[in-house]
Design a protein around this ligand. Structure first.
Ligand code: DQA
Length: 152
């Protein structure tokens, strides 16, 4: 079974009460539990972490390099500002999928730039909690294709 780190960034701990008209009514705990369930069906063991602090997210990505097969990250607002997160993703060399609950391309112009996307396998944005489910499906497929290519 492959193991995946699901990393959520600043303010995502407030899901459920934070601007529910934009981000929905599902809490982070509910979302994480759904992701573990979706992961199980796909053969992925999903560990979840959330931090409001850039350095803690960098630490989590660095540590993921030796513990996980891939990372799914919603870095919140740090998506649009953090070269440190981009460098961490490049440094570990793990497959990373960026997710967003909202369609960041259709919102304010400052949300259109993502640093992490430059090193990510892909970006899934705009489908609410389903963005995470789609990211898990994409990760499961990527890891199994890679295993096939390795002949393992
Ligand atoms: C978000 C989009 C970001 O622009 C915003 O800062 C967030 C949430 C999303 O999931 O839609 O905190 O990453």
């Amino acid at each position: 079974m492959s193991s995946i780190l699901l990393l959520n960034g600043p303010n995502l701990n407030l899901l459920g009460t934070r601007e529910p008209e934009i981000y929905g009514a599902t809490t982070l705990l509910q979302l994480e539990s759904q992701c573990r369930d979706w992961g199980r069906v796909l053969g992925l063991m999903v560990d979840c972490q959330q931090s409001n602090h850039e350095g803690e997210l960098v630490d989590a990505i660095q540590q993921a390099g030796t513990k996980y097969h891939g990372v799914i990250i919603n870095a919140g607002a740090l998506t649009h500002t953090s070269v440190a997160l981009l460098d961490a993703v490049r440094a570990v060399g793990l497959p990373v999928i960026e997710t967003h609950l909202t369609n960041v391309q259709s919102r304010e112009s400052f949300r259109r730039r993502s640093y992490i996307a430059q090193a990510a396998l892909g970006v899934i944005s705009g489908f609410g909690a389903d963005s995470y489910r789609l990211a898990l499906e994409a990760m499961a497929r990527h890891l199994s294709d890679r295993r096939g290519a390795d002949g393992s």
